[in-house]
Design a protein around this ligand. Structure first.
Ligand code: 3H9
Length: 699
């Protein structure tokens, strides 16, 4: 074995040359790796004893694709597509041995090989669209040549892994191997007849269908484009794929490259790449050394079998962790367990969960009415009503019951975790977990670090969150934490806009135009308006219009009326003249003159005060970094990924402009809280953005 460079080893095994990619963890195809592969091929080309070449990766990955951190930097040779051309033109058979991930440029590299073999569990995908891109190293040309247009369009427009069986049947994989890696691939390669070696670019049998039927590609793609998160990227992918049928290979490759460069430069792709890295950064908690060992979580307990408690229990069961669900009385428990069963049944009916798996998961959930059932748990989550006195009482009891070393979490959306921890003799074991409803579906988990939370208790919560399939973000203690504290700013402005002249449908349309799937009022109706009403009452906050609706029992979809009326299906919001009357009357009663308000002003009025609050949150150290705030909004509040999150959006707009607009809003309304926060004003003055702030430990 020789090291070609730090990223590539070359091994000669009889008549096989084995090129081993060694850029841990996932063989992202950074410059050094590309160069190493090219040099290894050069050496093998000169070696007459080598009959076949095997290209192999590490335990986790063949390759996760181009190194995303290199995008936007000056290109360095060899470019990935040139490297792939060199592989394809190699005069002897080259076989890709795929274990783990082969994604994006990694799969494109494999497509340039003459044969591909994979191990069970391999994940083959062209996920570029999830980054607002198109496969830019020949994927749009070689994939349809191997698996045909339908499967290629579906794979490229979804970005999801291609099922292995399909990959094998359709001709993407030549074999699925078992046995030692990559030895089994070497044996397999040595059995090949070199005369059957074909360059993928020359395989055009599967292009015939679209050549004969020019409308085929668009017919297949049209419904997928409609659903696309980033329609521009989706349309660009389709245009590139269409070239496979209409242009020469070289012409299509040149067009693909230009489209890739165009997309890399778009704000949407920048936002999607930011979101990718932000999510991964959030797992690195400042002030928590990486080596801090998490405690094992073998059993869990959830106190409270309401909607939230039940959803949280499902998260544990779905991850294979036995969980006790504890209620105060049998009736409430039975209701909770029935709700869990109904949720599982829905998944089975929808076909997203096999029936036996649903039974297995429900078998992991044990209901009980005695808090003593929490005694064995390694992780306890209290999910009773949002009431400080009640929560403190539960924690006092848990303190006596829970085993030493158990992490005790309170599921709360705004209460003081330090005060709750103070009800126990072990505040180091206490932290907050803010799940989002429905807890078994929503991916965000705000983990609230108390002032005395022990590092390993925190590490346990972060690791557990990942195990439960959640995106964890550690935040500090304050009213509403990060997400709801910013949301409160938006809600207040929403009310204000209604009073000044907008209607719910105007505001919702402006926000869906911005990229949200649903506007704030339709979302409020879906979630139930009574939740916010109760929270406002508890804190002495008034929202004249929302309060009036709730006083009339207009709690949203569940009452078939809220900010909207609901159509026959009970789910389609329809503007309601009664609501309009109520709004206009409220404006008149409060002496607020109504005027027409445009979509741009609506978006700015809703979003900039949130960003301003985000700046205060950063200044107080409640969030460790601006990208953590973005992750919270992306995964907990439906912020459109093509807009990267509120703080990313702010940097893009420019903090100078936002500061000016906030001053205007403050002057017009007399609301001093709308003045730019000192951090925002300071950054605006220096021309910097939130991204320029480093990470700090969340307080
Ligand atoms: C492309 O290929 C373009 C081409 O068509 C054309 C080019 C001309 N680059 O996610 P994890 C890092 S576009 C750089 O925690 P997992 C990641 O940031 C690319 N870094 O592991 C993390 O770093 P850290 C198309 C990357 O097991 C570490 O690796 N490919 C890349 O949960 C571990 O990652 C994709 O879009 C990369 N390509 O998930 C695939 N990939 O430890 C993107 C990963 O410092 N990657 N890193 O935080 C993924 O979706 C997931 O990483 C994967 C593994 C599913 C593969």
């Amino acid at each position: 074995m020789v090291a070609i460079n730090p990223c590539v080893d070359l091994l000669r095994d009889g008549a096989a040359g084995v090129v081993l990619m060694r850029n841990a963890p996932l063989n992202a195809l950074k410059h050094e790796l590309r160069e190493g592969i090219a040099r290894a091929l050069d050496e093998l080309r000169e070696d007459g004893d080598v009959r076949v070449v095997v290209l192999a990766g590490n335990e986790r990955a063949f390759s996760a694709g181009a190194d995303i951190t290199e995008f936007g930097k000056p290109p360095r040779a060899p470019a990935l597509r040139d490297l792939i051309a060199a592989v394809e033109d190699f005069p002897r058979p080259v076989v890709a041995a795929i274990r783990g991930v082969a994604m994006g440029g990694g799969l494109e590299l494999a497509l340039g090989c003459h044969w591909r073999v994979a191990w069970d569990g391999a994940r083959l995908a062209l996920p570029e669209i999830k980054l607002g891109l198109l496969p830019g190293a020949g994927g749009t040309q070689r994939l349809p040549r191997l698996i045909g247009f339908r499967a290629a369009i579906e794979a490229i427009l979804s970005g999801d892994p291609i099922p292995l069986a399909l990959a094998r049947d359709a001709g993407l994989l030549d074999a699925v191997l078992s046995g030692p890696y990559p030895a089994a691939a070497i044996d397999w390669a040595l059995g090949l007849d070199p005369k059957t070696r074909r360059r993928t670019r020359e395989r055009d049998e599967k292009l015939a269908e679209a050549r004969a039927d020019p409308a085929l590609v668009d017919r297949i793609a049209a419904p997928l484009i409609k659903k696309a998160t980033n329609p521009r990227a989706a349309k660009t992918c389709v245009a590139a794929i269409r070239h496979a049928a209409t242009a020469t290979f070289d012409g299509a490759m040149a067009a693909e490259r230009q489209s890739f460069l165009d997309l890399v430069a778009t704000d949407e792709s920048k936002a999607q790449r930011h979101a990718f890295f932000a999510e991964r950064e959030a797992r690195k908690v400042p002030g928590l050394p990486r080596e801090t060992a998490a405690r094992p979580v073998r059993r869990a307990a959830v106190i409270g079998a309401g909607t939230m408690g039940g959803g949280i229990a499902m998260c544990f069961a779905n991850a294979g962790i036995p969980v006790a669900v504890i209620e105060t009385d049998g009736e409430a428990l039975a209701r909770g367990i029935a709700r869990i069963a109904a949720n599982y049944e829905t998944s089975v009916k929808r076909g997203s969960l096999p029936a036996d798996e649903s039974v297995r998961r429900q078998g992991l959930i044990a209901g009980g009415t005695d808090l003593a059932a929490a005694a064995e748990a390694d992780f306890v989550i209290e999910a009773v009503f949002e009431e400080m006195a009640l929560k403190k009482q539960v924690f006092g009891q848990l303190d006596r019951i829970a085993r030493p070393g158990a992490v005790l979490a309170t599921n709360t959306s705004y209460l003081d975790v330090n005060e709750i921890a103070g009800a126990t003799s072990r505040p180091g074991e206490v932290l907050g977990t803010h799940f989002f409803s429905p807890a078994n579906v929503m991916r965000l988990l705000e983990i609230v670090r108390g002032s005395r939370t022990a590092p390993d208790a925190l590490a346990t919560a972060v690791e557990l969150a990942t195990l439960l399939g959640k995106v964890p973000v550690v935040v500090g203690v304050c009213d509403g934490f990060v997400g709801n504290r910013m949301l409160a700013r938006r809600s207040a402005q929403g009310e204000r806009l209604l009073l000044e002249g907008a209607l719910p449908q105007d505001i919702d349309a402006a926000m869906t135009g911005f990229g949200f799937r649903m506007g704030p009022f339709a979302t409020g109706d879906l979630a139930g308006l009574d939740v916010g009403w109760r929270a406002r009452k508890a804190r002495g906050i008034k929202a004249p219009i929302a309060d009036a609706l709730c006083e009339q029992g207009r709690f949203g979809q569940k009452a078939e009326k809220g900010f909207y009326a609901y159509g026959a299906d009970g789910r389609t919001p329809v503007p309601d003249p009664e609501v309009e009357r109520l709004i206009v009357e409220t404006s008149a009663r409060l002496g607020v003159a109504r005027r027409a308000i445009g979509a741009e002003e609506i978006v700015e009025r809703l979003v900039y005060p949130m960003i301003n609050e985000g700046a205060r949150i950063l200044a107080e150290g409640i969030a460790a970094r601006s990208s953590d705030i973005d992750v919270i909004w992306l995964h907990g509040y439906g912020w459109p990924v093509t807009r990267g999150g509120p703080m990313f959006h702010a940097d893009l707009v420019g903090l100078g402009r936002i500061a000016v607009r906030l001053e205007t809003f403050a002057a017009a309304s007399g609301d001093e809280s709308l003045r730019p926060a000192p951090l925002l004003a300071g950054l605006a003055k220096s021309g910097a953005g939130f991204a320029s702030l480093g990470a700090q430990a969340a307080a």
